[in-house]
Design a protein. Sequence first.
Length: 206
Amino acid sequence: MPALVPQHSRYDYVPLTARKDYSWPGGKRLAFCITTNVEVFAFGKGRGHDSAKLGEPQTQRNYSWRDYGNRIGIWRLFDLAQELQMPLAHNANSLLYDHAPQIMDRIRSRGDEIVGHGRTNSENLHDFRWEADEARVIREVTETFARHEGRPPRGWMGAGAYENPWTPDLLKEAGYTYVMDWPHDDQPIWMRTRAGPICRCRTRWN
């Protein structure tokens, strides 16, 4: 008898060679979206590894190289996108409204899409071991964006792209239509949840 490994039931294995031709509306063959990660980190506490030394404790170094993105990098990217007349999407922590509201103002004025990205990247959904606690956090994040923007986000990418086994179910139940935590394909696919399908729409990042 062959050895079996644990599996999930979110989607079926369908190799690229067994699929029908996939084209976007109008016969287009390629679609892409440039998406930023705009994040808030706690100083000296919580998660957020040092990109040079994995597993390092929280220090001013791994805090400040991230803070550079909010102070400098995102603004240069905004200017470049404006010059190229290019829309963006932003995986945004909801605590940006408290810690860097100017960024959210600029996103709103550009009409860019906001993707729910948790409260802060100093925590991720693995920190919430009870399904009810995770549901409360997702609800809090969703309501924060809806209160400031007049509508909730449609998409979600977890902080660090982490999930618990029930996360897609909670996201679908909270009204999300797509999730970006599963980088297993080049095409959008529908994933199963207990409340109906949710679209998985992100490929790998490098």
